[in-house]
Design a protein around this ligand. Sequence first.
Ligand code: 16G
Length: 196
Amino acid sequence: MTERVCHDHSSSETDYLFDPNSIQSILKQYSLKDNKLQGNIYDGKYLLRPLSSSDYDHGYIDLLRQLTECGKIIDEEFKQRFYQMKQCGNTYYILVIEDMNLNKQIIGTTTLVCEKKFIRQLGIRGRIEDVVIDSQYRGQQLGKLLIDILTNFAKDQCDCYKISLECKDHLVSFYKQFGYDHEDKQNYLCRRFQKS
Ligand code: 16G
């Protein structure tokens, strides 16, 4: 699995959002646990890797459109935001799955954001965001793969003291399988602003 997961980190043209090597040990442990997923990755079908600066061309933004509105974004704007995130260092971890047989098309993604805090002895709080699997690729446990890897990564490598996420009612049972649950007497509140 190690070799398959990120094959071209040495390429000077590919700039990753974070070091692909940092997910290798987690992927290794993971592949031992789940034979079905191991099959999907091993047979050269899918590649799991950090978001790269050239992923606009591989449909990353279009994939996000399956989750919510993205507006009009051009490649230059994508790259600008990519490098803003990268400069934050140890904060944005966007994992993608590419279909190796379909022109490197991005067919799944999940984001982990690590927020530095003063509380909890200078704790780090993780947030799982923007989980999307292309509608044509659902039912293969690819979402499970992404969530599980990023959850373990947040715990073991980023040292998060907690991770939270927001989701629609019908997805609560999906996230419960990874240990996410409602907390007693805690509420999620949100205020939205219209763009003028
Ligand atoms: C979901 C996503 C959240 C995303 C939001 C977008 C997960 C676990 N949750 O709640 O990350 O930001 O949808 O919806 O993927 P919005 O555009 O209405 O904010």
